[in-house]
Design a binder for this molecule. Structure first.
Ligand SMILES: [Zn+2]
Ligand SMILES: [Zn+2]
Length: 166
């Protein structure tokens, strides 16, 4: 479903593979883990979003107000609006300016198209896990587990309200 491209790390010079995701086509907001660089996407079709603070802008990085609603990453880091993707080998944060070289080279149909030059606009990057080839370091909607736990008491409240009407 996705095409992997080759990129290089400006710190350790190793070659990784990644895919570039378009938040408009995918209809999501996103954030990176501040510890391992994993990508989290938050799809707008998820009914949970009505309970979130209204996003100031769509199809880009999340608002910082969302951070408190998001589960920790599996590495125990946190998905944050200001975090950057990281090299899967040396874990250094990757420069969006350095990445322009390989991203613009790899993007077919690139006439007149320029890389956005940051990690917060329309395009986000998911790295291939070198320990699990063919799979991306990306997680969908990681706020769901926590909300399912906190929502349970509300069912009890509603049943009490209904009983008053009888
Ligand atoms: Zn590296
Ligand atoms: Zn992480």
């Amino acid at each position: 479903m996705f095409a992997l491209h080759k990129g290089d790390c400006e710190h350790c010079f190793r070659t990784f593979r990644y895919t570039l995701l378009h938040a408009g086509f995918g209809d999501f907001s996103y954030a990176y883990c501040d510890s391992c660089g994993m990508l989290a996407t938050f799809n707008y079709s998820n009914s949970f979003l009505v309970k979130m603070p209204r996003a100031s802008a769509t199809h880009q990085v999340i608002d910082p107000e969302w951070e408190q609603f998001i589960d920790p990453c599996e590495c125990s880091g946190h998905f944050r609006a200001g975090a950057s993707p990281r090299c899967v080998f040396c874990n250094s944060t990757l420069s969006a300016e350095h990445a322009a070289t390989h991203i613009e080279r790899n993007t077919i149909n690139a006439r007149g198209w320029h890389w956005q030059g940051n990690w917060t606009d329309l395009y986000c990057i998911a790295m291939e896990d070198p320990k699990d080839p063919g799979n991306l370091r990306q997680v969908d909607d990681p706020f769901l587990a926590r909300r399912a736990r906190t929502e349970r008491p509300h069912k009890g409240i509603w049943s009490q309200v209904l009983s008053f009407g009888r």
